[in-house]
Design a protein around this ligand. Sequence first.
Ligand code: KG4
Ligand code: ZN
Length: 429
Amino acid sequence: MFQSKARSLRRLLRCKHAAVSKASCSRLVLGIETSCDDTGAAVMDGSGAILGESLHSQKEVHLRTGGIIPTVAQQLHRENIQRVVQEALDRSGVAPAELSAVATTVKPGLALSLAVGLEFSRRFVRRHNKPFIPIHHMEAHALTVRMLHAVPFPFLVLLVSGGHSLLAVARGVDDFLLLGRTLDEAPGDTLDKVARRLSLRKHPRCATLSGGQAIELLAKDGDRRRFGFRTPMGQTPDCCFSFAGLRNQVTMLIKKTEAEEGKKVLLPAGTHKPAVVSASVTCAGVEEGTLLSQVSDIAAATQHTVASHLAKRTHRAVLFCKANGLLPEDTPTLVLSGGVASNQYIRRALLIIAEATGLRLLCPPARFCTDNGPMIAWNGVERLREGRGILPPGVDVSYEPRAALGLDLTAEVRAAAIRVPSIRMKIPD
Ligand code: KG4
Ligand code: ZN
């Protein structure tokens, strides 16, 4: 009894310092995320203060199996969701009866993963008779920054993750203009696949890292100029992205390097001493799966090309926004979010564009860039404040594995065919 009173007092004191009304501050939202391979939950008050959170990452399991197997992801969500939600509630000291609403990711994402979060939430809101707020995962990534900084609408946002690459203008909680999207795979997916092809899990410093994290770590010791990859879509004057061609270029280089390193190993003793190559060698080269001695250079060149591609498309998006008055003249802002936005090299590339075009760049810290419970709770808080998309407990909601973001302006951007002045992407290491 005393403990719960003390917690309420702490909440009230926190609210006194926040620039929101006491009424909205006392609204408490439980956020639940299961769209991909993280089971996340958080309890948040109306000012955006995280009262309690919990996260279970499936990363290590999927690294072992060489990618996300949807049935395995679903099973792991099932095994963990009850505990993760209970932990978030326990840490917050908030009882289900005190919640104002439950917000849960229902789109886009892996069908089997979304189903677990939605099913759990439907039972939870019915049992406790609470309103339900369905959340769009990419909208939540886009607005996470507002949990941390006072960023007014509208702002430009680049969302880069394992499943998406999007450029959009965020004009309101559920009001987005889509300027660009990927035509094939997402940058996180590309980095994960390159890391797998390079067998980075065998690298002593990368065993527990996601593909993107492993590439970033190794790239620090690499020479990005040793291998030159073509930046994608140089002749296409729009804001869309493509990463499949780059992955193909990297795969070809890896094959060539495997063949060359094999020859070096076969040289007579004393002529050459291989640094990392240790697995079996055939006349055709080292076997696929062997750690190459040039792995850091390949990582650095791949990361640089991804960063340059993202920066160039974003540069055009800024110019399109300026030409069409889509951003405020006073402190126009570029936000970078999503798992790949944790990458410091990519952040520095985007900073070059922001500085050249007079925009302020904001990126949430890495733990709020990758999937997490607070970003979903925050989206619930924002929707609750605006009274947008709040459903009664009994209403039937379905999940949507594919879901567009906002009003599609990609054809208009393409028709504008804006030429982007060349900027030297001299990204500091
Ligand atoms: O947003 P997120 O957690 O999940 C999705 O919604 O996809 O993003 C996960 C992706 C993975 O592909 C992972 O390799 C990538 O984000 N990632 C990174 C970094 N940290 C995570 N990519 C580049 N550099 C990083 N430091
Ligand atoms: Zn995500």
